[in-house]
Design a protein around this ligand. Sequence first.
Ligand code: 5GP
Length: 120
Amino acid sequence: AVAETGAPTIFDKIIKKEIPATIVYEDAKVLAFRDINPQAPVHILLIPKIRDGLTQLSKAEPRHAEILGHMLYTAKVVAEGEGISEGYRIVINNGPSACQSVYHLHLHIIGGRQMKWPAG
Ligand code: 5GP
C-alpha cells in the first residue's frame, strides 16, 4: 500500500502536460483524463488542478467544499459527454486500505458496462 507523503504525484506532470494523457474535459479548476489502466469501457479520472492539501478526501477542510462540489457536478457533465448517463459509478479511494495509489484527490468515473456491487 502506498502512504500519503504530500510529495508531488504523477498527476502534477499530467496537469503541466509534461506527460501525455487523453484529456476529455478541462476548465480552470479541474482536469479529466482517461485512466491508463481502465477497469471498464469508460474509466476517467477527474482531478483538481490545484491540490491545495487534498491528497485524499479525508484531508478535506471547509475551504474545499466548493471544489468538491464542482468536481461532483463536473463528473455528471463528463458522463454525459461519454454517453453513459444511463448508468455509471463514481469512486473515491481514500487511503491505503481502500487501495488509493495516487495522493492527489481524484474521482473515478466508470461506466460502459454492467457494474456489480460492492466490487466489480
Ligand atoms: P487510485 O488507486 O489512487 O484510486 O487511482 C489511481 C489511478 O490512476 C489508477 O486507476 C491508475 O490506473 C491511474 N494512473 C496511475 N498513473 C497514471 C498515469 O500516468 N496516467 C493515467 N492516465 N492514469 C494513471
